[in-house]
Design a binder for this molecule. Structure first.
Ligand code: FPP
Length: 241
């Protein structure tokens, strides 16, 4: 069975919520603070949102924390985001582990310092048997890059062209073991997909709350989940029977 055929296909509670945490910079700018203050406030917000997501019984939460395009940002901001990832793991992983969270990474770990790579790998290993909630960290991730990576692997493995179908391609994605997102939330009012889960989101419901990520609280999450429940998902077919 392809994991993309989520059993909750028409369920009112999303099984997988993916978030583009946008607006940290503008949040900081509006307060006369440096951009990193926005990223820090956004990081603090993650605690609230992860707990709220787990409480709602959502099984997968994907967080777009660093895209393949983010390398074009100033060096200090890149270093700051790397530092945040390192700090978050040091500070939070034991508690997340105790609460039954499993950490999964999608994207390329190479490109990060070897210390940070080891830290992420250790956190993945520590939490790999947990089942309460899966936190999928998209870090050094790009949707097109993922597709290119999948094609290259298929070519290297000399996959027979007759065997190539959606199920097979899905198996070559970083998300092979992860159901497609039911709901994608992009905060800050921007309405773009920005290279996020390009293959996986073709039938996702997208919601664009106006608030900046640091202000996206439990109430905003509930609003998004309620809006999702009102949507009529047809997956290209007719109305559900
Ligand atoms: C987009 O806002 C946000 C990011 C590129 C980084 C998101 C990172 C965090 C919330 C920190 C958590 C990170 C980890 C690793 C757990 P923006 O900077 O593009 O905002 P702007 O559009 O207002 O400038």
């Amino acid at each position: 069975m392809t994991t993309n055929e989520a059993p909750s296909r028409f369920s009112k509670v999303p099984r997988h919520v993916a978030i583009i945490m946008d607006g940290n910079g503008r949040w900081a700018q509006e307060r006369g603070l440096p951009r990193m203050a926005g990223h820090r406030a956004g990081t603090e917000n993650l605690r609230t949102i992860i707990r709220a997501i787990a409480k709602l019984g959502i099984e997968y939460l994907t967080l777009y924390a660093f895209s393949t395009e983010n390398w074009s940002r100033p060096k200090t901001e890149i270093a700051g985001l790397m530092h945040i990832l390192s700090e978050v793991i040091d500070r939070e992983i034991e508690e997340l582990h105790a609460e039954g969270a499993r950490l999964i990474h999608i994207g390329h770990l190479d490109g990060l310092s070897s210390t940070l790579q080891n830290k992420v790998r250790a956190a993945i290993e520590l939490t790999r048997h947990n089942q309460r909630i899966n936190i999928v960290l998209a870090f050094n991730y790009g949707g097109r890059d993922e597709i290119i990576h999948a094609i290259k692997r298929m070519l290297v493995e000399r996959v027979n062209p007759d065997d190539v179908d959606e199920t097979l391609v899905s198996h070559y994605m970083f998300t092979a073991e992860i159901p497609d997102p039911d709901l994608v939330i992009r905060t800050s009012g921007e309405q773009r997909t920005s290279n996020f889960l390009t293959w996986q989101t073709v039938y996702s419901e997208w919601i664009f709350p106006k608030v900046y990520w640091p202000d996206f609280n439990e109430e905003e999450l509930q609003k998004a989940v309620d809006e999702y429940a009102r949507r009529d998902r047809r997956f290209g077919g007719l109305k559900e029977a």
